[in-house]
Ligand binder design. Structure first.
Ligand code: G6P
Length: 465
């Protein structure tokens, strides 16, 4: 069709997510600096670039992003929405991260109990406006019959809204989080849980990371809105990107950081590594308590082991996250002052995000500790075995999505059980080298069964079918 007749956009494949593949910062000279994000979604989608007619719709997140939108700076294949700052804060910090995230991870506890009051209702209005902004942008950009894949709990209303605007589209939604059991999910006010479910059921197909989360969603739909209707539900267990990780983890900056880490750890010591966003669901505090328990119960480990914990800043606009960050920091300090000796620092805690250093830690770890209370998947559990130099024992929470695929060769823990976790750490540290290497090989195979690009293509094929 000619320009003049065009009634809709030209994109054949669209992705929508709160956080996009790129962010901008304004530097001292006032010019914009672009920074590409990492993560499975970004690498998965780079397989299908703008040449294929793909468009990624995301939100401007900080001042740099907003400035980029205003100046018309951007990159091919990405459209950033400059959504009103209050609307975005309400939707992202208020509804998505303080309510939906807490429900799906079952994180509510005193003193953070759910109070669905007038303020919540106001924020819900923003969440709807925020979702509407995405639906309208997608409706505008999508070609006739295009495929749209909406990501995560930030955008649960988009499929329903988009379906109304553009019934010709094929719409998918993918959840990167767990889904709450129905008894927990219906803590939300009835009209809200119904809007969330009906919003998602506007999609042709819903994707989840594990069967457990898919079944929980289906149970919620059955119980609360009379079933799935015509919407299909599928499972796609996002895997690690082996090619990328193996290459990246042997670059010079990673080697440099390995040398520095070895220096910090000290000669002849075993290393327990964890890498997380400082996130309540990651259970970092109980991980430190378990490590302290290990040093208490088995003093022979003192001086012979170091816990390397990378806890990168996350969602610092939220007071509970700031408090949690402080708690992690102070517990690490307590352990160091209680047990440390002049030549031995029991906990090395780093909080500045550094991907190269994470890879360095993955390579030299003897034990990886992945003990979330609840986690959609947890890619750290999948990345470590892929890049490990000499094999690494994996202590894995049974509440992580990754447990469905990795449970057999991991040492599995109940994340609430500090004593049990301490015992698992001991078992992992004591694992004979050849067993460790064998298990790591099998873990790596399971972890890379569905690389990001294939994970995304699988969903596209299902939607086109
Ligand atoms: C989880 C969510 C993602 C989110 C990421 C980082 O993995 O499923 O959608 O992007 O956390 O959180 P943030 O709030 O920084 O985007």
């Amino acid at each position: 069709s000619t320009q003049g007749e065009k009634t809709q956009g030209a994109h054949r494949i669209l992705v929508a997510s709160n956080r996009g593949p790129i962010t901008y910062e304004v530097d001292e000279n006032g010019s914009l600096k672009a920074k590409r994000g990492g993560g499975g979604l970004v690498s998965g989608l780079s397989a299908i670039g703008p040449e294929a007619g793909a468009l990624w719709v995301c939100s401007a997140l900080g001042d740099g992003d907003r400035e980029a939108v205003r100046r018309g700076v951007g990159e091919d294949g990405v459209r950033m929405l400059d959504i009103d700052a209050t609307v975005h804060t309400d939707a992202y910090n208020g509804i998505a991260n303080s309510v939906l995230w807490f429900v799906h991870h079952m994180l509510y506890q005193t003193p953070l109990e759910p109070v669905f009051d007038a303020e919540f209702r106001r924020q819900w209005g923003s969440y709807k406006a925020y979702n509407r902004a995405f639906a309208e942008a997608l409706a505008e950009e999508a070609d006739q019959g295009a495929v749209v894949v909406v990501q995560d709990y930030h955008l649960t209303l988009v499929p329903g809204m988009l379906r109304e605007l553009r019934p010709d589209l094929r719409i998918g939604h993918f959840s990167h989080t767990p889904w709450a059991p129905v008894d927990y999910f219906r803590m939300l006010p009835d009209d809200i849980s119904e809007q969330v479910l009906r919003g998602m059921l506007g999609a042709d197909r819903l994707g989840f990371l594990t069967h457990r989360w898919a079944d929980a969603f289906t149970a919620c739909a059955d119980e609360l809105v009379g079933g799935l209707g015509d919407t299909r539900v599928g499972v796609h267990g996002l895997g690690a990107d082996a090619d990328f990780l193996r290459r990246r983890s042997h670059e010079a900056d990673v080697e440099e950081r390995m040398a520095a880490l070895r220096e910090e750890i000290g000669e002849g010591r075993k290393t327990i590594v964890r890498v997380d966003r400082t996130e309540l669901s990651k259970n970092i505090v109980r991980g430190l308590l378990a490590y302290r328990q290990l040093l208490d119960d088995l003093p022979s480990w003192r001086e012979r082991v170091v816990h390397v914990a990378f806890a990168y800043p996350s969602r610092q606009d939220l007071a509970v996250y700031r408090d949690y960050t402080a708690e992690v920091q102070s517990l690490a300090d307590d352990i160091n002052s209680a047990y440390g000796t002049p030549g031995w620092t029991p906990v090395i805690l780093h909080v500045k995000d550094d991907f190269a250093r994470s890879l360095a830690a993955y390579r030299l770890a003897d034990v990886a500790l992945v003990n979330p209370i609840r986690d959609g998947m947890n890619l750290v559990a999948k990345e470590v075995p892929v890049v490990s130099d000499e094999g690494c024992a994996l202590v894995l929470s049974r509440e992580a999505g990754a447990y469905e695929e990795l449970g057999e060769d991991a040492i599995v823990v109940n994340p609430y059980d500090v004593i049990g976790t301490a015992r698992a750490l001991h078992e992992a540290l004591s694992m004979p080298p050849h067993e460790r290497a064998e298990r790591t090989k099998r873990l790596a195979a399971a972890a890379t069964a569905l690389p990001p690009a294939q994970w995304f293509l699988e969903q596209l094929h299902e939607l086109e079918a």
